[in-house]
Design a protein around this ligand. Structure first.
Ligand SMILES: [Zn+2]
Length: 339
């Protein structure tokens, strides 16, 4: 499987009323009275991934996982213990769902379905509170409670975490690790967004597109485009970052341009990590009128075309392997250990 580019599709499973942009209009106390649409939208994504099975000439990968921490070895019920699952002429698109605890509490059957349909279940916290806005004790509770809830629901381990609005930081990473997660996927290198956290990964070793924070804890950053500035000079100031990891940027950018950017990332890094939300394929969702105009634009732009665009992206990259975060980490660690 060496040489085949990997695509890590990730879905943050939350509903239209959980988003940070609308927090001022939809307080937590009113969540229970909001129309729950996340189940239907998540089903549409699951069906899309099933329909978009990637056709590629046969390549079978089997064998024991070596060179990776035992705690990351496969013991989820839905897949045999083979690391990257067996691949055939027609491969399943496997993705990672970072599920909000509040959603998991109300829809445990959806969490189990995500797992039994071959995808990875990971945590998006419980209350969708920004990590950077919580006390250490509250954050610890949110991280541990959401992990335990998901693990009880699927009767298996949960390895990964994603912070709401990518609100991560060096100290927060330490807390995530202490709560028993084996990887975080919250770092977004695009510096122009006010909520995204900053992390210094310059001293951490690269394991594929992941960074090894500690021997048993990894950061899987959101993929972005690094472009060279025209007419620039100087080593550290000759590049700039364009947000290319998904979400609103995916909805806003014309599909063919977005694909070109992903192709560039894949050719340079061998892997691409994408994120989106179930509400991004739901143009019929209720409109929140009281929110600032820019927030509404950011949330509602191109909802009607995103599902088709996502399907097109998966088909466009038929030559790639669509893997879960955990499987990717196992793969790159195994590759490293075997040289
Ligand atoms: Zn979120």
């Amino acid at each position: 499987m060496n040489g085949i580019p990997n695509i890590l599709l990730t879905i943050d499973v939350e509903d239209w009323f959980h988003v940070e942009n609308f927090k001022g209009c939809i307080p937590y106390s009113s969540w229970p009275s909001c129309e729950l649409r996340v189940e239907r939208n998540t089903h549409r994504l699951l069906d899309l991934f099933d329909e978009a099975r990637v056709k590629r000439s046969g390549l079978s990968v089997r064998g024991a996982v070596v060179g990776f921490p035992n705690s990351l070895s496969c013991n989820m019920r839905s897949t045999p213990c083979t690391g990257i699952p067996e691949q055939g002429p027609e491969e399943k698109v496997r993705t990672t769902f970072f599920i909000l605890g509040w959603v998991a509490d109300r829809l445990p059957h959806l969490v189990r379905e995500i797992q039994t349909r071959g995808h990875e279940v990971a945590s998006h916290g419980y209350y969708h509170e920004l990590c950077s806005g919580q006390s250490c004790r509250d954050l610890e509770k949110d991280l541990c409670d959401s992990k335990k809830l998901l693990e009880d629901t699927i009767s298996g381990p949960v390895y990964g975490y994603r912070a709401p609005s990518f609100s991560v930081g060096d100290g927060i990473l330490k807390t995530i690790e202490e709560c028993g997660y084996l990887y975080d996927s919250s770092y977004n290198s695009f510096a122009m967004h006010d909520r995204y956290g900053r992390v210094n990964l310059s001293h951490n070793g690269a394991v594929g597109i992941a960074r090894e924070i500690h021997p048993r804890f990894f950061e899987l950053p959101i993929s972005n485009l690094n472009l060279r500035k025209p007419f620039s000079s100087g080593q550290n100031r000759d590049h700039f970052v364009l947000p290319w990891g998904g979400g609103g940027y995916f909805r806003l950018t014309p599909g063919w341009i977005f694909m070109k950017g992903v192709e560039k990332i894949l050719s340079e890094q061998g892997a691409y990590l994408f994120y989106m939300h179930p509400w991004e394929i739901d143009p019929e969702q209720p409109r929140v009128q009281g929110a600032p105009r820019f927030y509404r634009f950011r949330h509602y732009v191109n909802l009607g075309t995103t599902e088709k665009k996502l399907f097109g992206m998966v088909r466009h990259f038929f030559h790639c392997r669509f893997v879960t975060c955990r499987d990717y980490l196992e793969h790159v660690a195994r590759t490293r250990s075997t040289g």
